[in-house]
Design a binder for this molecule. Structure first.
Ligand code: IVH
Length: 676
């Protein structure tokens, strides 16, 4: 018996499918959703309800049918009618020049044009469409036969179950890459970690593991995406002239195309594209391991042909690997300004992330233990973008018999003083203070640094020499250096010696917060230095303040108060301060910053959104210089919220609490004369 389908129900179901497919395309193809996730879900639920009520309405290409199939026992084999090829790799610019030259020679022409696109780090699939409906999805396998993963690719929302538009061949294959965007990968691993489950090492493994699930419901729960980059089975007479035109057609049929695809000219175009993408690589929402260049015209591609399993008309230009394995030759200990001892791995030199790496910080003894890194171990080293190289993990499977555990020394390697490990702190410290040559050197570098006394031209190497030749002991000695003394040092001439003496002279006129910060008191950063200057009026009252008085200052807790008081109890420190004043360092005692100090004392600001004429950090610095406090979150105590463009939840919160809101011009007026 068949129920009569009411025409309005048929109409509504068709309309819902069309809308859902449209929103899928907005989301996955254009990255520009026009409705909220909840609205999308409501459309889907309405369609599901209709299909439940009228099962005849259900079709395999309905968006409700993404997780349709029951778990499989095993994957079926799919033989590829057109093999799925791989790509040759280029690692250096020269390889790309060779690639382009071979093409120009064979085609006997000089105007080569390419399609360039990111090389996604996922896995290749082939999607078969018949009459516009997705009928099969297969992995690449060995290129000739792969696995039937139809039930799983159907769960990927970026992949249309039915094509839109018209003019597509009756039967054809789309090829592309299934991948996991970075945010999805991170969220998935966070959840796995919370549930005590295994995490994936990278998005590529996560994508591959997700697609090869026997239960489609498991794949559906994974945040997978897809971009097309080519074709398999395709009627020759229906192909357009170029790779780019084919991609445009795909796009019109609702298939997602990478927005970074570009048409470029010649080898130079390839290299420019490569450099641009490499610089932006970490900002892309997915992992890429290089770029791919494909000769643009299909007739040219046919002329170039294939060699073994790769086309002669395409090449993958790989980025330098960001991870490499190497050996730990030794674990040494570095002493910082405050005496903190940092274990550093000395590595067998290895080329990673585009540079040769020989050292990597191991942060502290806990970290060495947690990562189980031993001397002589093989380790994975990572250098991504411009960040400092780090040891990711050891490879215990390759551990040699002579591998030795790292032990934090009991005595400082620089001065022999005892090493202390404070209760509840992961950090070991040298107890030698300024007697320790390593701490001494770091203290001088800090004193001279830009945000402290800002002595231009006093770099690392110079400080080394000054200490080695005993020209300087305390920071006050810096101000007694003469042009003659300095001119004799390595890599110094009369001119640079004169410049340095002038820079030292200039630095004598400073502010109290800068001076306090330059002293390098433990835990005293710029904000605390400013607060001390603001609340205790003058260096002598700061020196005289006891721990209670110090704790009365905003943001100063018991530990910091103890460090500050201890610093000023040390006769040696007081002597250096006296000496610095004697050689001419001066500041205005009651001034907490540049002109107009304290006009905003007691006011709390929150900055949100983008400002046009200055950065948020600059605005913060200026506000603090006027005595204001700058906080990260809005509360009833907030005096003003400064809202730039695209201000978000903080602005909303300010409105909700009735906190006064300033725009950029209001802020500038305030910074200019302390009034709005
Ligand atoms: S084109 C004949 N384009 O790289 C051309 N491949 O090393 C075949 N891949 O198996 C591939 N992004 O999984 C092409 N934009 C892209 C790609 C890409 C990633 C993968 C693909 C292929 C492998 C070849």
């Amino acid at each position: 018996m068949s129920t009569e389908l009411p025409p309005e129900v048929v109409r509504r179901a068709a309309e819902l499918r069309k809308q859902i497919e449209y929103h899928n395309r907005r989301y996955y193809q254009f990255d520009e959703p026009v409705i909220a996730d909840a609205e999308y879900d409501a459309l889907l639920r309405e369609l599901q309800a209709l299909e439940r009520e009228y099962p005849e309405l259900q079709t395999p290409d309905s968006p409700t049918q993404r997780v349709g199939a029951a778990p499989l026992a095993a994957f079926a084999e799919v033989r590829h009618e057109v093999p799925m090829l791989s790509l040759d790799n280029a690692f250096e610019d020269g390889d790309v020049l060779d690639f382009d030259r071979r093409i120009r020679e064979k085609l006997e022409r000089d105007d080569t044009e390419y399609l360039a696109e990111p090389k996604l780090d996922g896995l290749a699939v082939s999607l078969l469409y018949e009459d516009g409906v997705l009928v099969r999805g297969a992995t690449r396998g060995d290129g000739h036969s792969g696995e039937d993963v139809t039930h799983n690719v159907r769960t990927i929302r970026a992949i249309p179950l039915r094509l839109s538009g018209s003019g597509y061949p009756q039967r054809f294959e789309v090829r592309g890459e299934v991948f996991m965007p970075k945010t999805g990968f991170e969220a998935m691993n966070r959840k796995a970690l919370e549930a005590g489950e295994k995490v994936f090492v990278n998005p590529r493994n996560a994508a591959a593991g997700s697609l090869r699930q026997l239960d489609p419901a498991a794949t559906a729960a994974r945040p997978l995406a897809f971009y097309c980059y080519g074709y398999g089975v395709y009627p020759a007479e229906a192909l357009p002239a170029t790779q780019y035109e084919l991609m445009e057609r795909f796009r019109n049929w609702g298939l997602p195309i990478n927005p970074e695809i570009r048409q470029i000219r010649g080898a130079q175009g390839c290299l420019d594209y490569y450099r641009d993408l490499m610089a932006r690589r970490h900002g892309l929402p997915y992992e890429i391991d290089g770029v791919v260049y494909k000769l643009g015209r299909f007739d040219w591609q046919a002329e170039m042909g294939y060699v073994a399993r790769a086309p002669r008309w395409a090449v993958a230009h790989k980025f330098p690997a960001e991870e490499a394995t190497t050996r730990v030759l030794a674990i040494e200990v570095q002493v910082g300004r405050t005496g903190a001892l940092t274990p550093v791995a000395r590595l067998e030199s290895v080329f990673v992330g585009g540079v040769t790496v020989t050292n990597a910080t191991l942060h502290n003894a806990d970290e060495v233990r947690r990562k189980d890194i031993r001397i002589n171990d093989w380790v994975v080293v990572r250098r991504a973008g411009d960040v400092i190289p780090e040891v990711v993990k050891s490879i215990p499977e390759r551990r040699p018999a002579d591998a030795a555990e790292f032990v934090m020394p009991a005595h400082c390697p620089a001065c022999g003083s005892e090493v202390e490990l404070e209760e509840g702190e992961a950090i070991a410290r040298c107890s030698g203070g300024l007697y320790c040559p390593a701490q001494h050197k770091e203290a001088i570098k800090h004193f001279a640094s830009r945000r402290a006394m800002d002595i231009e031209g006093l770099g690392d190497k110079l400080v080394d020499q000054l200490l080695e030749r005993r020209l300087v002991d305390t920071v006050a000695d810096l101000y007694r250096l003469t042009v003659e003394q300095l001119a004799e040092l390595e890599r110094m001439g009369i001119k640079s010696a004169e410049n340095l003496v002038a820079a030292l002279e200039k630095s004598k006129a400073t502010t109290l917060p800068r001076f306090l910060y330059a002293l390098g008191i433990r835990e005293v950063g710029e904000v605390t230095a400013r607060n001390l200057a603001l609340h205790l009026h003058g260096l002598d009252s700061i020196i005289a303040a006891d721990e209670d008085a110090l704790q009365a200052i905003p943001d100063v807790g018991p530990t910091m108060a103890a460090h500050i008081a201890a610093f000023f109890r040390q006769p040696h420190n007081l002597e250096v301060i006296r000496d610095l004043r004697a050689v001419g360092l001066h500041w205005q005692e009651t001034e907490a910053g540049p002109a107009g100090a304290q006009l905003l004392a007691g006011k709390t600001f929150v900055l949100t959104g983008t400002l046009e004429s200055l950065t948020r950090d600059q605005a913060k610095e200026k506000l603090q210089a006027l005595g204001a406090k700058v906080s990260g979150s809005v509360s009833k105590k907030t005096s003003y919220v400064v809202a730039g463009t695209e201000a978000g939840s903080k602005l909303a919160k300010a409105q909700e609490l009735g906190v006064e809101i300033l725009d950029e011009s209001g802020l500038l007026a305030l910074l200019g004369n302390g009034e709005i």
